[in-house]
Design a protein around this ligand. Sequence first.
Ligand code: UD2
Length: 310
Amino acid sequence: MRVLVTGGAGFIGSHIAERLVRDGHQVRIVDNFFSGHRENLAGFADRIELVEGDIRDLALLTRLCEGCELVYHEAAVVSVPYSVEHPQETHDVNIQGTLNVLLAARARKVRRVVFACSAAVYGEDPELPKRETMAPAPIAPYAVEKITGEYYLGVFHKLYGVETVSLRYFNVFGPRQDPRSPYSGVISIFVDRLLAGQVPTIFGDGQQCRDFVFVENVVDANLLAGTVPAAAGRAYNVACGERTTLNQLLAILAKLCGREVKPVYAPPRAGDIRDSLAAIDRARSELGYAPKVGVEEGLRRLLEHERRAR
Ligand code: UD2
């Protein structure tokens, strides 16, 4: 089948696109290269249709949806702090862009749209694990934008019959995650520092926890979300369902690198939530999702990939 991946040159989008190509699908990518990179497509660039363009352009999206059965909507401004600094811009991309994807999908009779949502929608309610039945409590523009996108999906499903699935990603990590921005994920930053022989900084006491999930598991969840009939109109947490503290994370990385690492501890980062952990029962029972790559194995694969790339 023909599939459109928005943000297909980005960290997660490129992994989804690569798997789809490997499975024999015709893949069309649209990316404006704001945070995507052509290098992310190395190895399969000759087997995709790549269009440089922006999801704020409804006419373009409508053309790109022509002949597509499925859309994976991964394009977004993905940074919480950036959304705090530039709420108008992130609104335009993350809300208007998502609405455009849905309008284009409806106009071109795309069967299903799978949306990259975020654990950010849960906000700072301390109750763990996070379940999809909990009320969203956004505390940043980014979270407002992601939950609004999800609400739009629900409405397009109910009103217009577009099949929609929203995947609430927790802390995704893996190859191609850019460590060079101040908004990068902690694992990409730690691995970059360790391989450069530098000392990582832990903000806070390191006892805060996250539900880190290797990107291949996220790809699995997306493929299931694209095919399982009962998923239409639903939202799912995508995570490992396990908590890892930052101190544990660094200890695992140090062990895998075969050396002792003493981090620098700095004051907690403003606006951070303390702990995060997902319940993944719904994704397990309805999608048949199971995280195949655990955190430690994912970290081993990431290190191996980064060592080879240097
Ligand atoms: C994640 C998502 C974000 C949003 C948010 C919702 C990523 C990359 N970000 O942000 O998009 O969904 O969850 O809650 O997945 N830290 C250090 N040292 C560093 C960098 C970070 O100690 O050099 C700490 C940081 O203070 C935090 C933890 O690591 O306690 C995780 O930080 P993050 O930026 O990787 O991800 P998070 O959970 O803030």
